[in-house]
Design a protein around this ligand. Structure first.
Ligand code: UDX
Ligand code: UDX
Length: 477
C-alpha cells in the first residue's frame, strides 16, 4: 500500500476547512488539494477574483489564496469527482449542538458527518484515508467506519476494490490567528489504528512541522483530547471572569491578579484575559458535548463540573448588561448606547456565540437604542443574530428620537456616531478602538456619560479628566 499522498479532498469549505487546506496547499506544492462544499454561494466566494470577497476574514489567508488558487488549490461543488480522485479525504463539516431529540441542547448533531461519510462511501475509489477534522464526540470514528465498511462489504468479490482507513486529526486553530496557528502549530495530533495511514498523514505535515511536534495516539484519545483542550481553555476564561466579578466587589484588579498567578509557571500567563464571556463556534458546543458524554457514561459529577463552565459564562454576560442598566439609573428606555465590536473576538468576521449577541439582546429588551459597529461584521449578520431588523431613520418617515426604543442601527464609522449617546460599550478588542480620542467623544455625548470597557483595552489614564464615567471589567479600584 502506497502511503504517499498526492491528492487531498476536503469536504466543508468553512472556517476550518478553508484555511487548513490553504496552508496544506501552500506548504505542499506537490499535492493537489480540492475543497468541496454543498454551498455553491460559499464556493463562488472562495473563487472570487476580488480577494476581499473571500467568505472568511483571516489575516494572511488572502495572500495564500492568491499564491495557490487554481495552481494546486481548487474550490468546487464537484463533490463526487473530487472524492473519487482523492487518496486522502478530510471531513470538515459543521457539527452544531442538537436542537431536538435525544441529547437536545448538548449532544452534537452528526447528520452532516454521516452525510459526508455516505458520500465518501459512494464515490471513493481505491484505498482512501478518511480524516476527521471536525471536532466530534468520542467514538464518532466508529460511525464513520461502519458506513465505510458497508461499502467494502458490498464490493467483496467484485473486481474493483475500495478500502478505507480512518484517522482523527483535530484542528487547534484559533480564529484571527488561524494561518499562524496552522503554519507554526504547538502540536499536530493524529489518532488512528493503522500506522501506515498515520504515517501518510504525518508525512504531509512533515513538509513544514517538526517531527517532534507530531503526536500519534489511539483514535479515541485524539477525539477526547480535542474536546478536553477546548474545555480547559474555556474553563480558564470562566475562571478569570468569575474572579473579575469578585475583584469588582472587593477592590481588587483582575489584571493584577491574572499577572500574579500567571507568573506561576504551573499556571502560565496565557488565556487569562477577563472579557465579556467566551464565544466562538467551539467552546460551548464542545463542553456541552463533554457534559452529554459524561452523563451518558454515568458520571453526573463530571458532567456537572464541566456544565458549570458554561453556566458561569452565560451568567457573566447577563451580569454585564444588568450592570450597565444599573449604572444608567436603572432604565435604558430610549437611551443611546454605542456598541463597539460584535465579532466574538478581534480579527475575525465570525459572530457565532459572540457575547455581544446576548448582551445586545438584553440591552434592547431594556429599551436601549443601540448603534452597533464592527469593522468586519456586516449588518445582515447582526440582524440575523439579534433576530431584529435595523431601525433605519432615513427610510422611516415616522422616525423620532421617541420611537427608537428597543431598536438598533448599524454604523460604518466610529468617529462621527457618538453624538448625544449616553454610553459606549466595548465588546470586541479591535485595534482601532484603542486609538479613539475619548476627550473628543466625551464632548458630544449626553451627560452623565459612560464608557464601559468589557475588554479592558482602554488605558484609564486616557479617560481620566475627559468627563466620562469609566467602568472596566474586573476593576474594583
Ligand atoms: C467547524 C469545525 O469544522 C468543527 O471542528 C467544529 O466542530 C464546528 O465547526 P467550521 O469550518 O467552523 O466548522 O464550520 P462552517 O464554517 O459552518 O463550515 C462547514 C461547511 O461544511 C459549510 O460551508 C457547509 O456548507 C459545509 N457542508 C456541510 C458540506 O459541504 N456538506 C455537508 O454535508 C454539510
Ligand atoms: C478555540 C481554540 O482556541 C482552538 O484551539 C480551537 O481549535 C477552536 O476553538 P477560537 O474559538 O477561534 O479557538 O478562539 P479563542 O482564541 O480560543 O477564543 C475563544 C473565546 O474566548 C473568544 O470569545 C475570546 O474572546 C475569549 N477569550 C479568550 C477571553 O475572553 N479571554 C482570554 O484570555 C482568551
Amino acid at each position: 500500500m502506497n502511503n504517499v499522498i498526492s491528492n487531498i479532498c476536503c469536504i466543508g469549505a468553512g472556517y476550518v476547512g478553508g484555511p487548513t487546506m490553504a496552508v496544506i496547499a501552500d506548504r505542499c506544492p506537490h499535492i493537489e488539494v480540492n475543497v468541496v462544499d454543498i454551498n455553491k454561494d460559499r464556493i463562488n466566494l472562495w473563487n472570487s477574483s476580488k480577494l476581499e470577497n473571500l467568505p472568511i476574514y483571516e489575516p494572511g489567508l488572502d495572500k495564500i489564496i492568491k499564491r495557490r488558487r487554481n495552481k494546486n488549490l481548487f474550490f468546487s461543488t464537484d463533490i463526487e469527482k473530487q472524492i473519487a480522485k482523492a487518496d486522502m479525504i478530510f471531513i470538515s463539516v459543521n457539527t452544531p449542538t442538537k436542537t431536538k431529540g435525544i441529547g437536545a441542547g448538548k449532544a452534537s448533531n452528526l447528520k452532516w458527518i454521516e452525510a459526508s461519510a455516505r458520500q465518501v462511501s459512494l464515490f471513493a475509489k481505491g484505498h482512501t484515508i478518511v480524516v476527521e477534522k471536525s471536532t466530534l464526540p468520542v467514538r464518532t470514528a466508529e460511525v464513520i467506519k461502519e458506513i465505510l465498511k458497508s461499502k467494502e462489504h458490498s464490493l467483496k468479490n467484485k473486481e474493483e476494490s475500495t478500502t478505507f482507513e480512518i484517522l482523527s486529526n483535530p484542528e487547534f486553530l484559533s480564529e484571527g490567528s488561524a494561518i499562524n496557528d496552522l503554519e507554526n502549530p504547538d502540536r499536530v495530533l493524529i489518532g488512528g489504528e493503522s500506522h501506515q495511514a498515520m504515517d501518510a498523514l504525518s508525512k504531509v505535515y512533515k513538509n513544514w512541522v517538526p517531527e517532534e511536534k507530531i503526536l500519534k495516539t489511539n483514535i479515541w484519545s485524539s477525539e477526547l483530547a480535542k474536546l478536553t483542550a477546548n474545555a480547559f481553555l474555556a474553563q480558564r476564561v470562566s475562571s478569570i471572569n468569575s474572579i473579575g466579578a469578585l475583584c469588582e466587589a472587593t477592590g481588587a484588579d483582575v489584571r493584577e491578579v491574572a499577572k500574579a498567578i500567571g507568573f506561576d509557571s504551573r499556571i502560565g500567563s496565557k488565556f487569562l484575559d477577563a472579557g465579556p464571556g467566551f464565544g466562538g463556534s467551539c467552546f460551548k458546543k464542545d463542553i456541552l458535548n463533554l457534559v452529554y458524554l459524561s452523563e451518558y457514561f454515568g458520571l453526573p459529577e463530571v458532567a456537572s463540573f464541566w456544565n458549570s463552565v458554561v453556566t458561569l459564562n452565560t451568567w457573566h454576560q447577563h451580569r454585564i448588561s444588568k450592570l450597565i442598566t444599573k449604572k444608567l439609573f436603572g432604565t435604558l428606555s430610549g437611551k443611546k448606547i454605542v456598541i463597539l465590536g460584535f465579532a466574538f473576538k478581534s480579527n475575525t468576521n465570525d459572530t457565532r456565540e459572540s457575547a455581544a449577541i446576548q448582551i445586545c439582546k438584553n440591552l434592547i429588551e431594556e429599551g436601549a437604542y443601540l448603534l452597533i459597529h464592527d469593522p468586519q461584521v456586516g449588518y445582515k449578520q447582526i440582524e440575523q443574530d439579534l433576530n431584529l431588523r435595523p431601525f433605519n431613520k432615513n427610510k422611516n418617515k415616522n422616525y423620532s428620537e421617541k420611537n427608537n426604543e428597543g431598536y438598533w442601527e448599524p454604523i460604518d464609522t466610529v468617529e462621527t456616531n457618538f453624538n448625544s449617546a449616553d454610553a459606549v460599550l466595548i465588546l470586541t478588542e479591535w485595534e482601532e478602538y484603542k486609538k479613539i480620542n475619548w476627550k473628543n467623544v466625551s464632548k458630544v455625548m449626553r451627560k452623565p456619560s459612560w464608557l464601559f470597557d468589557a475588554r479592558s483595552i482602554i488605558d484609564p489614564n486616557k479617560v481620566r479628566n475627559t468627563g466620562l464615567n469609566f467602568w472596566r471589567i474586573g476593576d474594583g479600584i
